[in-house]
Design a protein around this ligand. Structure first.
Ligand code: HPA
Ligand code: ZN
Length: 336
């Protein structure tokens, strides 16, 4: 589109990308071979990187994607695997004009298969430091606890991070929750989020990606989150939408992800205009770019092609993304 160079140059903040979701089929196969990990032999999708990529073009739901996402990350074993994964993402983000990246990872998905928490964090942290040094982008790591596992597992993951001193020393910027959503109401994780709140740790939650808008209200009222990841179905509840706008709660939208996982049938159904008109703050993000075929700039361009926002509207969005970031005020001033 005519605005492509403008969108490429626009200073961007990414708030919703799962580092494990940046694992390309090529790197997955390479690391699986290096680490002697066998990918499922009973699924023809794992015949080759190209057949796996082809399978990614027709996900039927969040859970259908999550199956491949959790299988894929089984190829990650050593700190340098995690470092390479994150470094490749940061390079791509920098090329897309990202100046500030807040990235999720799933400690339980690694500890549950015998990879220590410290191995994961050491690799990701090394990549973050290298990105700050060599690419000039600021980074924040956020742990996500997993909704398909028992709440005891989430509490253990959270406590492991606290005991490591990783919230106190700035290695981790906050706590999130992700994975399968239907029939996993936010209230189940109240104890974990209450502990984080008491300890002054920032909180966010995936909500209303597939689940009902009520999960957004629950995340706000019960988990006391400061952001909502996705929140796409907020548009179905105008009263709640006004509240989210009035309270300045930022949604971290992932348009290509939502189309890819069949949350809606086409980009036209993404409530971009409705959120803009209602004064809801949101950022535009990639979620799991290696699985959905689009990094952050692809998401910006897809939104532009469908909604034709003005330069003023893009500048407003970019400003709201800076304001909703979890960096310090000095960095926010630099980003503006
Ligand atoms: N939704 C929920 N959990 C996830 C996602 C997502 O889009 N990506 C990685 N984990
Ligand atoms: Zn996500």
């Amino acid at each position: 589109s005519a605005l492509h160079p403008f969108l490429a140059a626009l200073p961007k903040c990414e708030h919703h990308v799962h580092l494990e979701g940046t694992l390309s089929p090529n790197l997955e196969f390479t690391l699986a071979q290096k680490n002697n990990i066998s990918l499922p032999g009973n699924d023809a999708a794992f015949t080759s990187p190209s057949s796996l990529l082809e399978r990614y073009s027709h996900f039927t739901s969040l859970d259908d994607f999550l199956h491949y996402y959790f299988v894929g990350m089984s190829a990650l074993i050593t700190s340098s695997d995690f470092e390479e994964l994150a470094w490749e993402y940061f390079k791509h983000a920098a090329e897309d004009g990202v100046l500030h990246a807040e990235v999720f990872f799933d400690p339980e998905a690694h500890t549950s298969r015998g990879v220590p928490y410290q191995t994961v964090v050491a690799g990701f942290k090394a990549a973050c430091q290298r990105a700050e040094r060599e690419l000039g982008i600021s980074t924040e790591l956020i742990i996500c606890v997993l909704r398909h596992l028992p709440v005891e597992s989430a509490m253990e993951a959270y406590e492991t991070a606290v005991t490591a001193g990783h919230f106190a020393d700035g290695t981790l910027a906050g706590l999130g929750i992700s994975s399968t959503e239907l029939n996993k109401p936010p209230a189940n994780w109240k104890a974990v989020f209450a502990k984080a709140e008491k300890q002054g740790i920032r909180r966010t939650a995936h909500a209303a990606e597939e689940g009902p808008p009520q999960y957004i209200a629950d995340a706000l009222d019960i988990l006391h989150v400061q952001r909502i990841d996705h929140g796409r179905r907020l548009v179905e509840d105008p009263v709640l939408m006004k509240r989210v706008a009035d309270e300045g709660i930022m949604l971290t939208l992932c348009p290509i992800s939502n189309v890819c996982l069949k949350g809606m049938s086409s980009m036209k159904d993404m409530p971009i205009r409705k959120f803009l008109d209602a004064g809801v703050h949101f950022s535009i993000n990639s979620d799991d770019p290696a699985y959905f075929g689009g990094y952050i700039l692809d998401n910006y361009c897809a939104v532009q092609e469908t909604f034709q926002l003005s330069v003023d509207e893009w500048n407003l969005l970019a400003g709201n993304a800076i304001e909703g970031s979890w960096c310090n005020d000095e960095r926010k001033r630099e980003l503006r």
